[in-house]
Unconditional design. Structure first.
Length: 235
């Protein structure tokens, strides 16, 4: 007896002309996205308590980590468990620019995102030829190496961290900024997968050895993907 794939019906209903065949098919695509988007936008309004607003900001940060991990693991084939390193680099750069140079949060976040992406990519250059568990272990070391170096040398406040740091005007701006970034990342990565670089990275994931034998620029694709993910987590 031939077994049907469970996702066959979903794939047919969400791609090509079948997606706009009727209002039911259109709703099949739009309703889940609308629930996700409006759910995020309405959550801060229905939870006015400051504690839950802080929890929501933390959840948004972990959501960015999860989306980035899923993109690297499932679309590029790089199992990266050192996402905290990218977040930490962006956070420390933003704190340094704010505390020592007195720059406003809007500038510090932008500069820390771009500069942090470059630094993380530069640090991980030797890791790109690795695959599987070897790449995961190499990236897993980076957060611990950075944190213990800061603690041992008492850099930037050591265990106390950098303070004071200029923050955004209020909690509402923080929440909706995280929501905006999360939505851009989720739908941006979905779009990226369908572009040329996404197709190439998918082929790289499926047959890495063949690309090496063909002398394809495997590492350059890894650099571009790492820069994209580092910018996301550096925010």
């Amino acid at each position: 007896m031939r077994r049907e794939r469970l996702d066959r019906g979903i794939k047919v209903r969400t791609e090509g002309l079948y997606a706009i065949y009727s209002w039911v098919e259109i709703a099949y695509i739009l309703v889940p996205r609308a629930v996700f988007i409006f759910g995020l936008l309405l959550f801060p309004l229905v939870t006015p308590d400051l504690y839950w607003q802080r929890v929501f900001c933390t959840i948004g940060i972990y959501a960015l980590l999860a989306v980035s991990f899923d993109f690297l693991a499932n679309k590029v084939g790089l199992v990266c468990i050192g996402g905290a390193f990218m977040t930490g680099v962006g956070g420390y750069l933003s704190g340094i620019l704010s505390h020592y140079y007195g720059l406003p949060p809007a500038i510090t976040m932008l500069v820390a995102t771009l500069l942090g992406a470059f630094i993380c990519t530069l640090v991980w250059l030797p890791c790109f030829p690795l695959r599987g568990i070897y790449f995961a272990i190499a990236t897993f070391i980076c957060p611990f190496l950075a944190s213990y170096t800061i603690l041992a040398l008492n850099l930037w406040g050591g265990t106390n961290g950098i303070s004071p740091i200029a923050s955004l005007p209020n909690i509402w701006i923080e929440q909706y900024l995280i929501i905006l970034i999360l939505l851009l990342v989720v739908f941006g990565f979905r779009r990226l997968v369908s572009e040329d670089i996404g197709v190439v990275s998918g082929a790289l994931k499926d047959n890495f050895s063949t690309r090496l034998l063909e002398a394809r620029p495997v590492s350059s694709i890894g650099y571009l993907v790492s820069m994209a993910v580092s910018r996301v987590l550096g925010v």
